[in-house]
Design a protein around this ligand. Structure first.
Ligand SMILES: [Zn+2]
Length: 189
């Protein structure tokens, strides 16, 4: 298992990252003792996240953990042990708009495509999603070796959307894992 950790080295993100960093520091021995390889990816340039992600394709089962999602050991191991190829851990996701600051919008960015093409957030406990955020996500090596990553290039900020679109084009959906974990999305400063 590769645990891929893309993060912003910008000091302004440290408050959001603090809890995740502390969690990893206290669990690194546990994870490496299980044979997990931890790959940190400081994202200074716009292409670093995507290049890091692409460079690992095909190597091993991959879990992406973004810098402000706080896992639990049970949740990480459940992703790792799940027999499904594409799994997304649910996590808190909030509005960014000024209309409803701080209001919880949904889980991860787990959405389904509704009849007519619009997208809706999945309810608590939903098993499947068509679109997910990359915050805490597993992509099994089995899927990687069976699907050449001919994903069109684009902005790093929509890598997860582009990837989900690409996955959906191949007829796959995402398995969603519960209960949701903490996301320090709104705790800047
Ligand atoms: Zn799963």
């Amino acid at each position: 298992m590769i645990l891929f950790l893309p993060y912003s080295p910008d000091p302004s993100y440290l408050p959001r990252r603090k809890e995740t960093i502390e969690w990893l520091q206290s669990h690194v021995e546990e994870l490496t003792s299980r044979g997990w390889r931890i790959v940190e990816c400081p994202c200074e340039g716009d292409d670093d996240y995507e290049n890091g992600f692409r460079s690992l394709w095909g190597e091993d089962d991959l879990i992406i953990l973004e810098h402000d999602v706080v896992p639990t050991l049970d949740a990480l191991l459940a992703l790792a042990d799940c027999g499904r190829d594409l799994c997304a851990q649910a996590y808190q996701f909030y509005f960014r708009s000024n209309d409803a600051p701080g209001e919880m919008l949904g889980f991860n960015m787990c959405r389904v495509v509704l009849p007519g093409g619009a997208q809706g957030y999945v309810p608590d406990g939903a098993d499947q999603a068509d679109f997910v955020g990359f915050g805490m996500t597993k992509i099994a090596r089995h899927f990687q070796v069976n699907n050449r990553l001919d994903l069109p290039a684009g902005r790093w900020g929509d890598l997860d959307s582009r990837f989900c679109e690409w996955v959906r084009g191949r007829g796959f959906t995402w398995h969603v894992h519960w209960p949701y974990v903490k996301h320090n999305q709104m705790t800047e400063g």
